[in-house]
Design a protein around this ligand. Structure first.
Ligand code: IMP
Length: 192
């Protein structure tokens, strides 16, 4: 079994990655399990840069193949904000209200938004690659649903918000699900 270190200690991220990569004979372990204690400053200008910053820090510490992800919400009417600042934009219970307030007078046709997830991969020889997944939708007028996290209750895909979907429904269409499937393709391709 090949071992891949994920630059996170988040159990949900590990589980999602394991579900997709274990059929390839790849075991995903956390940075802590690999003996790395890294928390680099995520000061990149893009999701891809931030993912690579995290991946390099763990790769330098453990010398094994590494993956790292970075994600966030980009709102058209806010010129792409909160973008790479999604996690720091507001405290967790204020994230959705902050966006709704800023979009108070924005009509339906201008409420487009998308989530992005970049996954950086560094192989055992230090070769670097990045894959990306996107999920496009619109910002609702109010919060709906109790599932998910972060901006899910205000992000509408079709006739539901992501917070109204089951985890399986969300994984099928989410930016993170798409990025993980792109990583699967990369690792299973000959040049991966
Ligand atoms: P990180 O990639 O774990 O740093 O996440 C960045 C931030 O983007 C999170 O704290 C959430 O606020 C937001 N975010 C990322 N993915 C999602 C998602 O699937 N649903 C809702 N919010 C998300």
């Amino acid at each position: 079994m090949i071992k891949l270190v994920m630059a996170t200690n988040n159990a949900n991220k590990l589980r999602e990655a394991s579900e997709i990569l274990s059929p390839l004979g790849i075991e995903v372990i956390s940075q802590r399990q690999a003996g790395a204690d890294c928390d680099p400053e995520e000061n990149g200008a893009s999701f891809a840069e931030n993912a690579m910053i995290k991946a390099r820090a763990v790769h330098e510490a453990v010398g094994l193949p590494v993956i790292a992800d970075d994600s966030g919400l980009c709102v058209d009417a806010l010129n792409g904000e909160p973008g790479v600042y999604s996690a720091r934009y507001a405290p967790d219970n204020e994230k959705c209200p902050t966006i709704l307030k800023k979009l108070e007078n924005v009509p339906d046709e201008e409420r487009g938004a998308h989530f992005v997830c970049s996954i950086a991969y560094i192989d055992g020889n230090g070769k670097e690659k990045v894959v990306e997944g996107r999920c496009s939708g619109v910002i609702a007028h109010e919060e709906k649903g109790s599932g998910g996290f972060g901006y899910d209750p205000i992000f509408k895909y079709g006739d539901k918000t992501l917070a109204e979907m089951t985890p399986e429904e969300k994984n099928k269409i989410s930016h993170r699900g798409s990025a993980l499937r792109a990583l699967y393709e990369l690792l299973s391709s000959e040049e991966g």
